[in-house]
Design a binder for this molecule. Sequence first.
Ligand code: 1BO
Length: 277
Amino acid sequence: MQTADAHFVEAHGAKIPALGLGTWELSGHSCSRIVEQALRLGYRHIDTAQIYDNEREVGEGIRNSHIRRDQLFVTTKVWTTHFAPNDLVRSAKESLVKLRLSEVDLLLLHWPNAHVPLAETLGALAQARALGLTRHIGVSNFTVALLAEAVAVCPAPLVCNQVEYHPFLDQQKVLAACALYGMALVAYSPIARGNAKKSEVLTRIGNVHGKTAAQVCLRWLIQQNVAAIPRSSRLERLAQNIDVFDFELSDAEMQEIFTLGSPKGRLTTMPTAPVWD
Ligand code: 1BO
């Protein structure tokens, strides 16, 4: 049987496990318990962020799992209020203290922020890498134009852009830009916050393979060489979400799922968000 730990998306020397656990909106004891359970089920990629206010609990779940640190890929993100250069490095160190880790595998700028020049923030992000606080760096919620600007000024390779991506949101332009720059795309909300199960197309394709509509979404992303970080607080769903490596969508099925996408399918935005592609 194929398992999650054999599948990676590679970019600039980073090997990002193709299936990870998102922890947005998880908190407290249930967060640490879910992280521990996910790792026991075979997840090896955990995604958190300073603004999620759960880095302590994520770290606790990692320790309770007793999985060796070198087998894990841990991502955290710097919030926009800490993009001034000195503040960014301080904030990254604070995240490590909360996680009780000596370094993360990937440190991201969480959202674009027009108030600090991008070159200064990316310089500080690269400095965090040079200081050994993170193995790799990247961005999140960046548009095509912002990616072009970031790649031009960043002194170290950016390995990924983490964005909302699922069958109902057309992200072909951002995907093409990531491919152009050799960056991985990591998809958050990959099952559209539970909306996948309402789709007749995803349910029908799932029935052909003995899978759920959510599993079809995850497989569709993985077959595009995209890493996905679904979140779940239920053990049964955690297990289902990682059970997507034993079937293959046909080209016709992949294309049919692409027809569901629209630029209007976005579920997450912010008052300070850029003009989306
Ligand atoms: C505001 C959080 C968006 C996903 O990380």
